[in-house]
Design a binder for this molecule. Structure first.
Ligand SMILES: Cc1cc2nc3c(=O)[nH]c(=O)nc-3n(C[C@H](O)[C@H](O)[C@H](O)COP(=O)(O)OP(=O)(O)OC[C@H]3O[C@@H](n4cnc5c(N)ncnc54)[C@H](O)[C@@H]3O)c2cc1C
Length: 426
C-alpha cells in the first residue's frame, strides 16, 4: 500500500483533512490538480477570508441548507441538522483556536463574521499549508489530476491520475469542491468520480449568485446600492411567498438584481429558476412602515407639497436613481402637480413603494456563483465520519456534498468541519 490516505483536492476541506490525518500519524498524499493548492481559499471574503461565524450552533443551523431532503423551501434545518455531529466536535471556537494556535490572530466583525486580523486570506492558507509542509507524514503533489477512483469489493483501494499512474491507498478523501469559480480548480470532477462509484448526485446549481430578471434595468440603476429595503420572493403562479429577507442592501446588475439580499434569496430561487419556473421578486422600499402608515405619510407629504410636479416630487419617497424605473410602472402623468393626484393614484404609488416587482428568469453562471447548491446526496454519507455508506474507506467532504449556506463564514466552516471529521476518522 503506497499511502494510508490519499486526499483528492487541496482546498479548505482537503487541507484540513490532510492536516488532521497526518497529525494522527497517517501517511498522507495530497493530490491537487492546479499548480497551487487553496486557490479559492485565497480569494474568499474579497481576499480577507471570512473563515467562520461566531453564531451559536442553534443560530447557525438555519443558515445551512441541503436539497437532498427537498429543503430548499426552508433553507437550513436538514443541512444544519446533518452537520450537528461534526460541529459538535469541531465548530467555530475550535476552528478559531486551531488558527490562533498557529499564530493567526483573528478579529470578529459585524454579524459575527471572523477574519484574520491582518485582513489577508493568505494567512489562513499559509497556516494550513505550513502545517502540512512541517509534517514528515505528508506528501503534496501539484498538477496532479485524479481521473478515477479504484475500488475492490466495496472498498477504496486507490486512485488513477489523468496520465494513467495508479496510486494505492487504504482511504480516499474526496475534497474536489463544487462547480463555482471553476478557474480556481473546482470544475465539478468530484461529482463524476462519486457517481462512478455509485453515489447519487443532486443536480449542482449556482447559488449565492445574482438573479436575472425580465424587466429592463435603467442604466442609472446599474451598480446603484439600495439600502434599508426588504426582498420577498413569490411563486409567480400561486403568489405564495417563498422567501422574505431581513432589512438590508441590494444592488442592480445590467440584467437583474444583485447584492447581499439577492445572494441570500438566490439559495431559494436557483432550483425553481433552473427548472424553468419564474418567480417574482418584490422590493419593499419602506419596510419600516405598514401600508396604512405609508398611505398616511403620502397624504401628509402631498398636502405639504401640493404644487410640486409629480416627477420631481418622487424624490420625497425614493432615491432619484429609481425614478426612471418608477415612472413607466406607475402610469401617472409625470407633469401632474401633487394636489391633482387622485386617491387611486396615491394608493398605486403606495403599493409600488411597498413592492417594486421584478420577474426573475434565471441566475448568473458558475463564474459568479459563490457556492454550489446540490451535490453528493447526504443520505449516502455518514455524518459522523464523512465516510461513504456505499464504499468503505471513501470519505466525501466540503462543497462537493449536498450542503450550502448563507454568506457570513458558514460555507468555509462546512468545509473545515467536514474535512476535520474525515481526517479524524480515516
Ligand atoms: C469568490 C468567493 C468568495 C468566497 N468567500 C467566502 C467567505 O469569505 N467565507 C465562506 O465561508 N465561504 C466563502 N466562499 C465559499 C468557500 O470558498 C467554499 O465553500 C470552500 O472554499 C469550499 O472548499 P472545498 O475545499 O470544498 O473546495 P475548493 O476550495 O473548491 O477546493 C477543491 C480543490 O480540489 C481541486 N480539484 C478539483 N478536482 C480535482 C481532481 N480531479 N484532482 C485533484 N484535485 C482536484 C481543485 O483544484 C481545488 O483546489 C467563497 C467562494 C468564492 C467563489
Amino acid at each position: 500500500m503506497d499511502y494510508d490516505v490519499i486526499v483528492v483536492g487541496g482546498g479548505a476541506a482537503g487541507l484540513m483533512a490532510t492536516a488532521m490525518a497526518a497529525r494522527r500519524g497517517k501517511r498522507v498524499l495530497l493530490l491537487e490538480k492546479m499548480d497551487q493548492a487553496g486557490r479559492k481559499l485565497r480569494i474568499t471574503g474579497k481576499g480577507r477570508c471570512n473563515l467562520t461565524n461566531t453564531a451559536s450552533l442553534r443560530d447557525t443551523l438555519p443558515h445551512i441548507g441541503s436539497s437532498t431532503a427537498g429543503s430548499t423551501k426552508k433553507p437550513g434545518q436538514t443541512g444544519g441538522i446533518w452537520l450537528r455531529n461534526a460541529y459538535g466536535r469541531f465548530f467555530n471556537r475550535e476552528l478559531m483556536e486551531w488558527f490562533e494556535e498557529r499564530g493567526v490572530a483573528l478579529v470578529e466583525e459585524r454579524g459575527g463574521r471572523v477574519f484574520p486580523a491582518s485582513g489577508k486570506s493568505i494567512d489562513i492558507f499559509l497556516a494550513l499549508i505550513g502545517e502540512l509542509e512541517a509534517s514528515s507524514n505528508v506528501t503534496i503533489r501539484k498538477n496532479a489530476t485524479v481521473k478515477s477512483l479504484e475500488t475492490l469489493e466495496g472498498q477504496a483501494t486507490g486512485v488513477v491520475l489523468d496520465r494513467g499512474e495508479r496510486i494505492g491507498c487504504r482511504h480516499i478523501v474526496l475534497a474536489t469542491g463544487g462547480l463555482s469559480y471553476p478557474t480556481t480548480g473546482s470544475t465539478g470532477a468530484g461529482y463524476r468520480l462519486a457517481a462512478e462509484v455509485g453515489h447519487s448526485v443532486v443536480k449542482p446549481l449556482p447559488s449565492l449568485v445574482a438573479l436575472k430578471c425580465k424587466e429592463k434595468i435603467p442604466e442609472e440603476l446599474i451598480a446603484f446600492q439600495l439600502k434599508n429595503v426588504q426582498l420577498t420572493l413569490c411563486d409567480s403562479l400561486s403568489c405564495a411567498p417563498a422567501f422574505r429577507s431581513g432589512v438590508g442592501e441590494m444592488t442592480f446588475a445590467p440584467d437583474g438584481l444583485a447584492g447581499p439580499l439577492v445572494l441570500s434569496a438566490s439559495r431559494i430561487a436557483t432550483r425553481p429558476l433552473h427548472e424553468g419556473r419564474t418567480l417574482k421578486a418584490l422590493i419593499d422600499l419602506k419596510p419600516g412602515l405598514t401600508a396604512d402608515q405609508l398611505d398616511r405619510r403620502l397624504l401628509a407629504d402631498i398636502d405639504q407639497n401640493g404644487s410640486r410636479i409629480f416627477n420631481d416630487a418622487l424624490r420625497l419617497w425614493l432615491p432619484a436613481e429609481l425614478i426612471p424605473l418608477a415612472l413607466p410602472q406607475l402610469h401617472i402623468e409625470y407633469y401632474k402637480r401633487l394636489h391633482q393626484l387622485t386617491g387611486e393614484e396615491r394608493r398605486r404609488l403606495g403599493r409600488w413603494l411597498k413592492g417594486v416587482e421584478f420577474t426573475l428568469t434565471g441566475t448568473h453562471d458558475w463564474n459568479e456563483a459563490i457556492v454550489t447548491q446540490g451535490g453528493v446526496s447526504l443520505s449516502e454519507v455518514n455524518p459522523k465520519t464523512m465516510e461513504s455508506r456505499l464504499v468503505h474507506g471513501l470519505y466525501i467532504v466540503g462543497e462537493l456534498l449536498d450542503l450550502d449556506a448563507d454568506t457570513g463564514g458558514y460555507n468555509l466552516q462546512i468545509a473545515f468541519s467536514t474535512g476535520h471529521a474525515a481526517g479524524e476518522a480515516v
